[in-house]
Design a binder for this molecule. Structure first.
Ligand SMILES: [Zn+2]
Length: 321
């Protein structure tokens, strides 16, 4: 099963359609950054990499830990290509009948694959708090009545603050097994509740992303959990941004280009002449393709990293899946 979201729109003018294309990619970028905590590059595809039916394709490209690029979502300016083939017309304000200008854009479960790859570690998943089905898991230590009651009280308190919480009362599993299980599932915060915690009226939160432990008194648990979830969300995006910056190299020699793509990979920013033949040769020699040219970046005249001819822009290259 393959789930996705997509949009299709028709417009009276090309300007209006382009505004829609940019609106969609900006919305997707926001979802990736603010929910998935994944940074990336938003840009325009080269002629050979864009969707065949589109006049222009805008993409959001993120970088996976193995140094490969993931085309995370796309937004297409379809021009009047489909309108002319399928005879899609409208009557304009001036009563004349015209072909519509169309867009299409999509975001699929590929994003979940990207999330698993980008944020996972040796202990399993790490889910950004805003996406995590459970934001906190409470693990009772011992099955005595006071512990069970305390777990229920904490769970209700957190839930009433809008926190997605789960208490693991499963029988026949050791504490260590439960800790590993919830680490593997990537739950952002873990709270162990035993007799000692009840007596001390203080609880320890363990952060999934950093393994850091924070001691919190019972009375400020909801506040501390809410604050820590927000911090973790911001921390994971920062980590992703730092990884992207560290693994994007500006290169002007093709030997250096080849060396990087044969080694740690990542993104390369380089001048390119926009000739598809040159692009194909780069791919043949390095397995890297143009991923995009940044949407908000101005022209920067230079010499093509491969053939040395005049180039108008710097392009982002990478090996894709
Ligand atoms: Zn070239």
């Amino acid at each position: 099963e393959f789930l996705w979201q997509e949009g299709h729109t028709a417009h009276a003018t090309h300007e209006e359609a382009w505004e829609m294309v940019v609106w969609a990619i900006n919305a997707y970028e926001e979802v990736y950054r603010d929910y998935f905590a994944m940074a990336g590059y938003k840009g325009i595809k080269s002629d050979s990499e864009r969707f065949a039916g589109a006049g222009c394709t805008v993409t959001f490209e993120s970088l996976m830990p193995d140094g490969k690029a993931l085309q995370s979502c796309t937004s297409h300016d379809l021009g009047q290509n489909f309108a002319k083939v399928f005879d899609i017309k409208f009557q304009d304000k001036d009563s004349s009948v015209k072909y519509v200008w169309q867009t299409s854009w999509g975001f699929s479960t590929r994003s979940i694959g990207g999330l698993v790859l980008a944020h996972g570690d040796d202990n399993g998943l790490r889910l950004p708090p805003r996406l995590a089905p459970y934001q906190v898991v409470i693990i009772p230590v011992g099955a005595i009545e006071s512990v069970v009651n305390e777990c229920k009280a904490i769970s209700e308190m957190l839930a009433s603050s809008g926190i997605r919480v789960h208490t693991d009362f499963a029988d026949g599993e050791t504490l260590g097994f439960k800790i590993n299980k919830w680490e593997l599932k990537g739950v952002p915060l873990r709270l162990e509740v035993g007799e000692r915690e009840i007596i001390n009226k203080a609880f320890t939160l363990t952060c999934r992303d950093t393994s850091q432990k924070i001691s919190v008194p019972f009375t400020s648990l909801a506040k501390a959990v809410t604050a820590e979830l927000a911090d973790m969300q911001a921390r994971m995006l920062k980590e992703s941004e730092a990884f992207l910056v560290k693994n994007t190299r500006v290169v002007d020699s093709f030997n250096k280009f080849k060396e990087i793509m044969a080694g740690s990979r990542g993104f390369i920013k380089a001048s390119w002449c926009e000739n598809p033949v040159c692009e194909a040769k780069i791919k043949e020699e390095t397995k890297a393709t143009t991923r995009c040219r940044l949407l908000d970046e101005d022209e920067k005249a230079g010499k093509c990293v491969h053939c040395g001819k005049e180039s108008r822009y710097q392009w982002v290259f990478g090996q894709s899946y």
